[in-house]
Ligand binder design. Structure first.
Ligand SMILES: Cc1ncc(COP(=O)(O)O)c(C=O)c1O
Length: 358
């Protein structure tokens, strides 16, 4: 079954949706880790994949329905979402701009920043995070610009991930894997997790989820209060309410389903952890999908721990795109502000030792 699973299961509910990704993303067994399975969200698009594509499918459709072509997104210098917004927005003829705040200079983040600077003509790279909320508020009030918030974290963005729960239910029925007892995903803006907290009980209520619902282990990569349990549940409830308002069934997200794992966060957002590095290199040895040090490596570290301690099946979200990035436009990069060029240099000079202690 290809396409948007929400429309397949709720044909009378009109969820704004435009197709950007290739679905279903595969589920693969990783036998070296035991009863561990991978949801290959990294393959969601050959243009740029990862978990953010599902979010953009609903948000971009909403922008189109409102007749807005100018998009602004918000995030950190190394934002995967900004890359996804720019590369996929262009396919729909949208004019995407990005307002970015400084973050830890790491190779993972620098790779994205180079693409953003090369591919986007409307980048505002802030020198400090202090002014970020002001930009956010100003954009929220704009009528001619559509705002994609950090991580796409609003009810409509989260619904894109609710559809994934229905997609997985179909894959289980088709024999792709046994019903998982545990799901493991990195939690940054809360969008993916909140969407799943709605999609899983929805799948159960519609009679398509086989057996018991799993525990959802959300592995913190952004600080409290962004990823406070109350924030996650707030977005999940708002998403459920939105679904009901557009004609879907009433869903009550269950806080007991959410296991908020804070053990792999380290010293802060995008700060590389030894556990994350070890998980990334273990995945590499197994020729499993790439784990970026900001997000998926930390959830990967949580996965390895869970796989040692708990009985499966465990389904792990490969959230970082594995599609090749476009070539960097060196000329454009040379025109970037000096503080960005210095930040990029710092990121490149990050030695393995600095990484493991940063
Ligand atoms: C690679 C990757 N993994 C995980 C996440 C976390 O997803 P969410 O922001 O929906 O919580 C993000 C968010 O940008 C991401 O880029």
């Amino acid at each position: 079954m290809t396409g948007f699973a929400l429309t397949r299961h709720l044909p009378n509910v009109e969820v704004p949706h435009v197709s950007l990704g290739e679905y279903p993303t595969p589920i693969e067994h990783l036998p070296a880790l035991g009863d561990v399975w991978l949801k290959r969200e990294d393959l969601s698009s050959p243009i740029y994949g990862g978990n953010k594509i599902r979010t953009l499918e609903t948000l971009f459709a909403d922008a189109q329905a409102r007749g807005i072509k100018r998009i602004n997104t918000l995030g950190a210098y190394g934002s995967n979402q900004a890359v996804a917004c720019i590369l996929h927005g262009r396919r729909l003829g949208l004019d995407t701009g990005a307002i970015l705040f400084p973050q830890r200079a790491t190779p993972t983040a620098a790779e994205n920043m180079r693409v953003i600077m090369s591919e986007c003509d409307r980048v505002t790279a802030l020198r400090s995070i202090v002014t970020f909320p002001v930009h956010w508020l100003r954009l929220r009030g704009s009528r001619d610009t559509y705002l994609v918030p950090p991580g796409g974290a609003n009810p409509l963005g989260a619904l894109g991930h609710s559809a994934n729960a229905l997609e997985i239910a179909e894959q289980i029925h088709a024999g792709a894997m046994p019903t998982p007892k545990h799901l493991v995903v990195a939690i940054g803006s809360t969008c993916t997790t909140a969407g799943l907290l709605v999609g899983l009980p929805l799948a159960k209520q519609l009679g398509v989820w086989p057996g018991e619902l799993p525990k959802l282990h959300a592995v913190r990569v952004t600080p409290w209060p962004v990823t406070a349990r109350s924030q996650v549940m707030k977005l999940a409830r708002a998403t459920a309410k939105y679904l009901e308002r557009i004609g879907g069934p009433k869903i009550t997200p269950d806080p007991k389903m959410l296991v908020l794992n804070t053990k792999h966060f380290g010293w802060g957002y995008a700060r590389v952890t030894p556990g994350g590095l070890a998980a990334a290199s273990h995945f590499e040895e197994l020729t499993a999908p790439p784990l970026d040090t900001t997000y998926a490596a930390k959830s990967g570290a949580a996965l390895l721990e869970l796989a040692r301690e708990t009985e499966g099946p465990i389904l792990f979200w490969c959230t970082k795109s594995s599609a090749p990035l476009p070539e960097v436009n060196q000329q454009k990069l040379a025109c970037a502000p000096g503080y960005i060029r210095r930040w990029l240099k710092r990121a490149d000079n990050h030695s393995a030792f600095a990484l493991s202690t940063s």
